[in-house]
Design a protein around this ligand. Structure first.
Ligand SMILES: Cc1ncc(COP(=O)(O)O)c(C=O)c1O
Length: 373
C-alpha cells in the first residue's frame, strides 16, 4: 500500500482508500497521525532552530523542558533523562550505564524478550534463532524465564543488570504476574544489580498509566523509553537517578555520545505529546477503551485476549488464522499486525486517541472477517 496521507486514526492510500489503524505504527503513533498539537510544536520549533550542535554542548529548551516534565511525572529517583534517537540506542545506553555503575558484565534478560536490533540489544534478545547469524554478541548475557520466581536465584553478585520489558511485547503481550517485577527488584537490590525496565512499547499511556511499571508497584533503576514518546517522530531515552546518570560523564569522559539525541524539533514533538497525554483523560480512557474492545471481541475463534489498556493481543488456535485475519482485514481497510515471536497472535495497539465509534467500526470488520476464516 502506498501512503498518500494520514490523519487521526486513518491512513489514506494513493487510491483514495481510508484504512482504520489498529496498530499505530507499532505503538509509535500514540496520539494518532499528525496530531495538531504535535504538528504545531514541530512547525514552531522549525521556525526557531533545528540542529545546532551535538547533544549536550548547548542548552536547548525543548530537550530541557521534556526532561523536566518527564521527571515531574516519574517517581523519584528517576529524575535524569538522556535523550537518544531510537529505542534500541536507549537500550544500549542503559546497558552501558549498568556496566559502568556496577563494574560487572553479566546481563540477565528474559526468554522471548525483544529490546531492539543493534548489537547490545540483540545480545539480550530472548529468541536465539534470530541471533545466530550475528554472533559473537556481547559476552555474559544469559536468559531467565519471565514470571519465574525460582529463576531469580540466577541474579548474583556478578550481575550488572536484569533487563525486562514491563509487558513482554514480541512474546505475545505477556503481563507480569504474582508481583514478579517487585520480586526481581528486591533480588537485584540484594545482589547490588540494577533493574532496567524497557517501557518502549507500554510507555506513554498505553496501559492506563504513563509507564507500565506504575501498575506493578515497582520502580526500576533505569527506565528505557521510545516509540510513542515522539508522537510519530523518532526518539528514545533512558532515565535514572542523577547519581547514576552522572557516572556516564566521567571515566571515560562522555560515556555515550550522540549527534542528534535531544534534537530540538523531535524534543518539541515529544514534549507536546507528553503534555497532551498528561493533561487530558487519554490514560483513563485507554482502560475504558480496553473494556469496549474486550466486550466487542468475543468471537469464539479468539482463544484469549492478552495485555492491558490499548496494548492488546488476540490469541488464536493456529498461526494460520492469525495470518489470514491480518491479511483479510487489510483488504477490508482495517490495519492489524503480527507479533514478532508469537505467530498465533494479532496485535491491537491503536492510537490512544481512537474514538469509541472507530473501535466499534474496526471490531465489526474484524468479527465479520473471523466469520469467514
Ligand atoms: C520493547 C521494545 N524494545 C525496544 C524496541 C526497539 O526500539 P526501536 O525500534 O525504536 O529501536 C522495540 C521496538 O519494537 C520494542 O518493542
Amino acid at each position: 500500500m502506498e501512503i498518500s496521507h494520514a490523519k487521526g486514526s486513518y491512513i489514506y492510500d494513493t487510491n483514495g482508500k481510508a484504512h482504520l489503524d489498529f496498530v499505530a505504527g507499532v505503538s509509535a503513533c500514540s496520539l494518532g497521525h499528525s496530531h495538531p498539537r504535535v504538528v504545531k510544536a514541530i512547525q514552531e520549533q522549525t521556525e526557531r532552530y533545528m540542529h545546532v550542535m551535538v547533544y549536550g554542548e548547548y542548552i536547548q529548551q525543548p530537550a530541557v523542558s521534556l526532561a523536566k516534565l518527564l521527571a515531574d511525572h516519574l517517581p523519584p529517583p528517576l529524575e535524569t533523562t538522556y535523550l537518544v534517537n531510537s529505542g534500541t540506542e536507549a537500550i544500549e545506553g542503559a546497558l552501558k550505564l549498568a556496566r559502568r555503575a556496577t563494574g560487572r558484565a553479566e546481563i540477565l534478560y528474559a526468554n522471548l524478550a525483544y529490546h531492539g536490533s543493534t548489537m547490545g540489544a540483540l545480545s539480550v534478545m530472548g529468541f536465539e534463532e534470530r541471533k545466530e547469524a550475528f554472533k559473537p554478541l556481547l559476552p555474559k548475557c544469559r536468559a531467565i524465564i519471565f514470571n519465574c520466581e525460582t529463576c531469580l536465584k540466577q541474579i548474583s553478585t556478578n550481575t550488572a543488570a536484569v533487563i525486562l520489558e514491563t509487558i513482554q511485547g514480541g512474546a505475545g503481550f505477556i503481563v507480569p504476574t504474582n508481583n514478579y517485577l517487585a520480586k526481581v527488584k528486591a533480588r537485584c537490590k540484594e545482589m547490588g544489580a540494577l533493574l532496567i525496565l524497557d517501557e518502549i512499547q507500554p510507555g506513554f499511556g498505553r496501559t492506563g498509566k504513563l509507564f507500565g511499571f506504575m501498575n506493578y508497584g515497582v520502580i526500576p533503576d533505569i527506565v528505557v523509553m521510545g516509540k510513542g514518546m515522539g508522537g510519530g517522530l523518532p526518539i528514545g531515552a533512558f532515565t535514572a537517578s542523577k547519581t547514576l546518570m552522572d557516572l556516564l560523564q566521567e571515566k571515560p569522559k562522555l560515556g555515550h555520545i550522540t549527534t542528534f539525541g535531544g534534537n530540538p524539533v523531535i524534543a518539541a514533538a515529544a514534549l507536546a505529546t507528553l503534555q497532551e497525554i498528561t493533561e487530558t483523560s487519554l490514560m483513563q480512557d485507554a482502560l475504558r477503551k480496553e473494556v469496549l474492545f474486550r466486550s466487542l471481541l468475543t468471537h469464539n475463534a479468539i482463544k484469549e485476549i492478552r495485555g492491558t489498556g490499548l496494548m492488546l493481543a488476540l490469541i488464536f488456535e493456529t498461526s494460520a488464522i492469525a495470518n489470514d485475519l491480518v491479511l483479510r482485514c487489510k483488504d477490508k481497510n482495517l490495519i492489524l499486525f503480527w507479533l514478532l515471536f508469537e505467530p498465533r497472535a494479532v496485535r491491537i495497539t491503536p492510537p490512544l486517541t481512537i474514538s469509541e465509534e472507530e473501535i466499534i467500526e474496526g471490531c465489526a470488520i474484524l468479527t465479520q472477517v473471523l466469520n469467514e476464516v
